[in-house]
Design a protein around this ligand. Structure first.
Ligand code: SF4
Ligand code: SF4
Length: 383
């Protein structure tokens, strides 16, 4: 498998500049041997975690999508679609707030609604899952180009090209996987299963403005001025991890993918073109602190008094009374049904004995009203 990763400087969200960089990166990755869109139907898959404002850097930047559309047009794509499915979305979702929908309109590209129709995707090599339900766009597209944002992730520590494919599973169907696989490593294996089932693709990572700190929804935008590209998404994520200071060997998705030896045989088994890892390295990138298993279900084997102690030490979500607008998004997405509106306090109330620490609530909160921290406490409220 082609394991070339290209890393380039890209200082601003200017579609012409990004297109130039995309062309350069594509050539360095092997040109048509690494990605050939000529005469093909192409799905461009940005990361639309939630329809947040561009300034939050939670989603792929609209000008990055514009450049990718123009890249496909330049290289003779027959048809281009763009779309994604946030965890919490209504049917007919259009990514207007984050600017992606309007770019599609400008460029006369169809914004595809992933909730329209589902199909079953076989996953013969799956360790955890033998078939997935995905949007029918998968059948319509010949090629998928992933356009992830370079970000931290509370549960998976890092989110890049491989994790971005989770969006192929429509809307709330995604959160049910957290109940099926509450253990972080099992969840990572499921994501890699999905990667093994999807057709070969290519990815350009938007690392011009990245997200550090408590990502993927409410972290801190950071100017990192980079674009990364590869047809080997595991190699690409391994390189991106090194650039922000994570060891890919301890990132659960990459650890599982590398162990399968389908894409890389070790975490350095790729060829870097453009900038070296050292040249691209982002100093002091705020990362999520690594923790072990988050398997709360297994904890039921632990005596109750020790369990309570352990719950209090594990990172968990806390809800800010002053920031919460009671929109209910966290309640709707919570796969463990651990949240409700307290009638007395008129505020979100959490039952920590049900919470599986998936942090879906933190991802979808539009007001940054949820913090994930270790501080002991059982009320679930912060000021
Ligand atoms: S915590 Fe966030 S997602 Fe939940 S109800 Fe409040 S504002 Fe909405
Ligand atoms: S409360 Fe939040 S972290 Fe806990 S299970 Fe629900 S969505 Fe996941």
């Amino acid at each position: 498998m082609n394991n070339t990763v290209t890393v380039l400087k890209c200082e601003k969200y200017d579609a012409d500049l990004i297109l130039t960089k995309m062309n350069e990166a594509w050539e360095l990755c092997g040109g048509k041997d690494s990605l050939n869109v000529s005469g093909k139907k192409v799905l461009l898959k940005p990361n639309v975690l939630s329809d947040a404002a561009v300034s939050k850097a939670a989603t792929t930047h609209p000008e990055f999508l514009r450049a990718a559309i123009r890249f496909c047009k330049t290289h003779g794509a027959a048809e281009i679609f763009a779309g994604d499915s946030p965890g919490f979305q209504k049917p007919g979702f259009k990514a207007k707030n984050c600017g992606l929908y309007n770019i599609c309109k400008d460029e006369e590209v169809e914004w595809y609604d992933f909730s329209q129709k589902n199909i079953t995707l076989a996953c013969p090599e799956g360790q955890m899952v033998k078939q997935f339900v995905v949007s029918d766009i998968y059948e319509k597209a010949d090629v998928i180009i992933s356009l992830p944002k370079l970000k931290t992730h509370q549960l998976m520590f890092f989110t890049g090209a491989v994790k971005n494919q989770f969006g192929m599973i429509p809307g709330l169907l995604k959160s049910s996987f957290h109940m099926r696989f509450p253990n972080r490593n099992d969840f990572a294996a499921m994501i890699v299963d999905l990667h093994s089932a999807l057709k070969p693709s290519f990815a350009f990572i938007d690392g011009i403005t990245s997200m550090e700190g408590p990502g993927p929804g409410n972290g801190i935008p950071k100017e990192t001025n980079l674009m990364l590209a590869s047809s080997n998404l595991v190699a690409l994520d391994a390189a991106a991890c090194r650039i922000i200071g994570y060891d890919p060997d301890i990132i659960p998705i990459l650890r599982n993918a590398i162990d399968r030896e389908l894409w890389l045989v070790n975490s350095n088994d790729y060829e870097i073109k453009g900038l070296s890892i050292e040249e691209a390295k982002i100093e002091n990138f705020q990362k999520i602190r690594l923790t072990g298993s988050n398997n709360q279900l297994k904890d039921f084997l632990i005596p109750r008094f020790l369990r309570r102690f352990r719950y209090n030490l594990n990172p968990k979500p806390f809800f800010s009374k002053s920031k919460c607008i009671r929109c209910g998004a966290c309640i709707k997405i919570c796969p463990a049904k651990a949240l409700e509106i307290s009638k007395t306090e008129k505020m979100v109330k959490i039952d920590y004995t049900k919470c599986i620490r998936c942090f879906c609530c933190h991802e979808v909160c539009p007001e940054d009203a949820i913090v994930v921290k270790r501080t002991p406490g059982t009320s679930g409220l912060v000021s």
